[in-house]
Design a protein around this ligand. Structure first.
Ligand code: C5P
Length: 302
């Protein structure tokens, strides 16, 4: 964390880490009248982080992006961070200028929640920097107005989620496993993925939390406890993602293989970091990350 407000009294800045997430199981329970779907999922942060630097000063809301050519080329007005900063300041009737510097490391369109996490980091950071008198409920509603995954990233860690993903119950568990992320660089559109699932009627959600709790005692139970309803239809439409899932499934020491969100990232969970590292060497042609699951949010040390 870098906050020099005490020294100058004028320029105030803060650097935050915005972690990725995976879904430990993801069921599309029903299609709602408003077009969204009710979900049953467990979110867990992963220690692959974008870096979000905020500086108060100047006029208007500015944003620069490095680390991802596609995002850097898009108009900043479309960036969820800019939208979030603008809405937050409007709702709190504030008019400060804000500079947002975004260093991307999380692949985009990958089911890892990078854009949602960046936006939540901007909200958390501005509330802190400007001591905004906003209630948790109000901030949660504002986060949801930006996207279904954004509320989770206000707290991070591990949480069971229902509704659009905003009805969150934090899980006070330490997940002792290592995770390998493998992203094949394919972009799966979220709206298209929900269409492919084609949920008709309603399905009974499984006890995902019970599955994880049982696996803490007996890790071999993790495989099979965490289904993702997007996997079948997405693998049918993008066979490369299905093949990648198959390759990760064959790695030594694997406890569970899954897809995060609606894809395209495939992840493996292993007992040890060494097993996850060894598996990662088999996927040199893709973006990979080996890390821990479920770390609570913190601010970056500079
Ligand atoms: O909320 P978010 O902007 O991330 O959602 C993008 C799209 O994904 C929505 O417009 C909707 O089509 C779909 N979606 C859904 N049910 C959810 C989350 C997203 O149908 N729970």
């Amino acid at each position: 964390m870098n906050d020099d407000s005490g020294q100058s009294g004028r320029s105030r800045e803060l650097t935050l880490e915005a972690p990725a997430k995976v879904n430990l199981g993801l069921e599309v329970v029903r299609r709602r009248a408003d077009g969204y779907h009710d979900l049953n999922t467990i979110f867990a942060t992963v220690d692959l982080c974008d870096r979000v630097r905020l500086r108060i000063g100047g006029s208007g809301i500015r944003c620069s992006v490095s680390g991802n050519r596609q995002l850097a080329g898009e108009p900043v007005e479309q960036n969820l961070c800019v939208l979030g900063a603008r809405r937050l300041l409007e709702e709190c009737e504030r008019s400060e200028g804000v500079e947002i510097v975004l260093e991307k490391r999380i692949p985009i369109g990958a089911g890892l929640g990078g854009g949602s996490s960046d936006a939540a980091a901007v909200l958390r950071g501005l509330v802190d920097l400007l001591s905004l008198p906003i209630t948790d409920d109000h901030l949660h509603a504002l986060a949801l107005s930006l996207g279904s995954d954004v509320p989770f990233f206000l707290r991070g860690g591990v949480a069971h989620a229902e509704g659009r993903g905003e009805r969150l119950v934090p899980l006070d568990v330490e997940l002792p496993w290592s995770i390998l992320l493998v992203n094949p660089g394919l972009h799966v559109g979220t709206v298209e993925a929900y269409r492919l699932v084609g949920r008709q009627g309603e399905k009974e959600g499984r006890d995902l939390v019970g599955g994880v709790m049982d696996a803490l005692e007996h890790p071999d139970l993790l495989g099979g406890a965490l289904p993702n309803d997007f996997e079948g239809p997405v693998f049918a439409a993008w066979p490369e993602i299905g093949r990648l899932h198959g390759r990760v499934a064959e790695t030594d020491g694997l406890l569970h293989v899954g897809m995060s969100g609606s894809g395209s990232t495939i992840f493996g969970i292993y007992r040890s970091r060494e097993e996850a590292r060894r598996a990662s060497r088999l996927f040199g042609e893709f973006f990979t990350h080996v890390g821990r699951l479920g770390r609570p949010l913190g601010m970056a040390a500079d």
